[in-house]
Design a protein around this ligand. Structure first.
Ligand SMILES: [Zn+2]
Length: 263
């Protein structure tokens, strides 16, 4: 019952995060009625039910039939799954500390969802959001406690990305990625924090290669599009966030898994 409730809560919050991610720094407030961005039609409540309305309307606006972005149901479902899965990492029934840790982790991942939306669109991570994630991550680490290394994962990851940023003069990584890595290192501790990093590079490589190959194919077949090259700017933050999510809920220790295969 609790997991189901958390999933629904996550989906509802996800629909709010959609709006937040789209309107952050845009000068538009988050208040005001929701309307279709194409025909400006005000949306009644039954067209605003997360996921269900999108499916029911066939992904189209009921007024002008223009396509509604897949971002909406995807972000809603993703946030639902995050809220559901964080429960396995921080079960909190009759456990005040667990409850507190769950809320902190959920808040951090809400920020991560907004950062993902924002980074994909603008290729930059807003400072206010990343700093908030760092503070919440630090609070979570203080409550979780742990060995010295658990406290140091964040700063180590920060140094790692900071170095890439410095050596590539900001071309390979943004400084925002370093700050993001600090926040997730604090939240995850060791070894999950390091696993998140490795996983992020794996996921990033697979997705980047897939996009590149599809782009080349499309160019070869239809002579359209430029085809993606290594120089194309693909935001790295979403991969870091996916890596952090998976590592956290599975208590992932890739180094242990790898040494197991070597043995
Ligand atoms: Zn419309």
């Amino acid at each position: 019952m609790i997991p189901f409730f958390l999933f629904v809560l996550g989906v509802l919050i996800g629909s709010f995060l959609n709006v937040l991610g789209l309107r952050w720094n845009s000068g538009k407030g988050i208040e005001g009625r929701s309307f279709c961005v194409v025909c400006k039609k005000d949306l009644p409540w039954w067209e605003l039910v997360p996921v269900i309305s999108f499916v029911g309307l066939g992904g189209k606006c009921s007024g002008c039939k223009s396509k509604i972005s897949w971002q909406y149901p995807l972000v809603e479902l993703w946030t639902g799954l995050i809220f559901l899965s964080l429960y396995s990492a921080f079960p909190f029934v009759f456990d005040l500390k667990g409850g507190f840790l769950y809320i902190l982790a959920a808040a951090i991942f809400c920020i991560y969802v907004v950062l993902t939306i924002y980074d994909v669109r603008h290729k930059i991570l807003p400072d206010e959001l990343v700093y908030a994630a760092i503070i919440l991550g630090f609070a979570s680490r203080l409550i979780q406690g742990g060995a010295l290394l658990d406290y140091l994962v964040g700063p180590i990851l920060f140094g790692f990305f900071g170095l890439i940023w410095l050596l590539s003069r900001g071309r390979a990584m943004g400084f925002g990625d370093a700050k993001l890595a600090l926040s997730l290192g604090l939240l995850l501790g060791a070894p999950a924090g390091f696993s998140a990093l490795v996983l992020a590079f794996w996921i990033g490589s697979v997705i980047t290669l897939t996009i590149m190959i599809l782009g080349r194919l499309r160019f070869a077949l239809f002579r359209s599009g430029k085809g993606l090259t290594m120089k194309s700017e693909i935001p790295f933050a979403p991969f870091l966030i996916l890596g952090a999510w998976i590592s956290l809920i599975y208590h992932l220790d890739l180094f242990h898994v790898l040494s197991f295969f070597n043995a």
